[in-house]
Design a protein around this ligand. Sequence first.
Ligand code: IMP
Length: 191
Amino acid sequence: MLNKIFFLTGNKHKLEEVEPIACDFGFKVEMLPGYKLEIQSDSLVKIAEYAALNAYMKLEKPILVEDAGLFIEALNGFPGPYSSYVYRKLGVEGVLKLLEGVRNRHARFESITVIVYKPCIITATGTVHGMITEKPYGNMGFGFDPIFKPVDAEKTFAEMNIHEKNKYSHRARSMRRALQKLSECTKLNHG
Ligand code: IMP
């Protein structure tokens, strides 16, 4: 039987990306929207850790939080921790406008995964470097997927299925690291 862990998100795309990875490590992820308290901070780690611990204190169930941001080099790392706000207000087209005529298209996605699984509290990070394309490509995925192409890939995230995106993505990397640390921690604590 798989161990259950509650993912504080309402984003079904994130759930679909995380499910197969969690399954590889013996966990079943259940979506639990509505419990994620988001503090304002320049640090994704602080935002994710606060949300996870806050939810754990209320629910006393295994909790998974994943927070990500897009850091664009030519914009000094903007939108970073403010990616969700910028996505809602400007969208993909707005970001492309900000980069009109800009030759440096380097960007990275960063992901922080926090798991609270008594007695373990795990934090892990994952990064993918890439480029912001000149126009959107593809219609899969979510958020900035249509304009982000990982360095070693020929296509944007929005042109990849979940299996392909998980080979490159910031989220897959932080999630695998977090679940690896969690299996070590639970082994230590249960013999
Ligand atoms: P969140 O706070 O982790 O949901 O991420 C903040 C914002 O970053 C989201 O609203 C998306 O616009 C963007 N984002 C995060 N991860 C991804 C991804 O894997 N692909 C595309 N956009 C993403």
